[in-house]
Design a protein around this ligand. Sequence first.
Ligand code: PLP
Length: 233
Amino acid sequence: MIGENLNRVKEKIFNKCSEVNRIPAEVKLIVVSKNFGAGHIKEAFAAGQIDFGENRPQELDGKAKLINENICWHFIGNLQRNKVKYVVKWADFIHSVNSLSLAEEINKRAEKLGKIQKVFVEVNTSNESTKLGLTDELEIETLVYKIEEMKNLKLTGLMTMAPFTDDKNKIRKSFKFLRMLKDKFVNNGVDLKHLSMGMSADYEIAIEEGATMLRIGSAIFGPRDYSKSWREL
Ligand SMILES: *Cc1c(COP(=O)(O)O)cnc(C)c1O
C-alpha cells in the first residue's frame, strides 16, 4: 500500500515536471511521517524513500532512536527554543526557522555538536494567523542576512504553507510570492537554492511555481488519526 502510493505520487511529480519542462531530479519528495509509527517509515524506506519530515521535536527524537536506516530527516514544525536540542541532533534540514532568537539557539546548539545546520526561513504567504512564519518582508530580509552571518547555520531556502482553501488561485498566489522573494534574494547575491512548498493537496501547483522540495504525508500514508500517538501506529 505505502509502496504503491509512493510510486503513484512519484509518477505524478514526474508527469507534472515533464508538463512544465522541469527536471524531476530537481524536485525532492519529502514524505511527512508525523503521527505515523516507525513501521510506516521503515516500509517507505524499503520502497526507496530516504527523506522524511517530522513536525514535533520529541516525536522526531523518539523515531530517530528506533530507526537504524540512514534517513535524511527534515524538521518542518513549530520549534520552541527549549526543544532545539532534540532537533539539531537529527535533522539534516530545519524548514521552520521564523525568528532571530530561534536561529541563534539553533546556531549555538549546532556549534556544540560541531555541525553546520541547514535551515529554511519560514514565510507566512497566506496571511492566515494560524500559520507560522514571517509576513513582513523587512523582517524576512533581516533574518536572512543575520542567518548568513551565523557560523554554524547554512541558509538553504525559503519555506511556506499555502492557505487552507479550494481556491487554486489563492494557493498559486502564495507559492508565487515565495518564488518572487527567493528570486529577489538570489539577485542580491544570497545563496538560496530551495523552495520548500507543496503538500498532498497542492503539490502539483507548487511544482508549476518552482518548488524544489515537496512535503507530502497523507497522499502516501493515508489520513492521520490524531486520537492515537505515533507509538501506537
Ligand atoms: C503535515 C504537514 C505537511 C504534509 O501534509 P499532508 O497534507 O499530509 O501532505 C506538510 N508540511 C507541513 C509543515 C506539515 O505540518
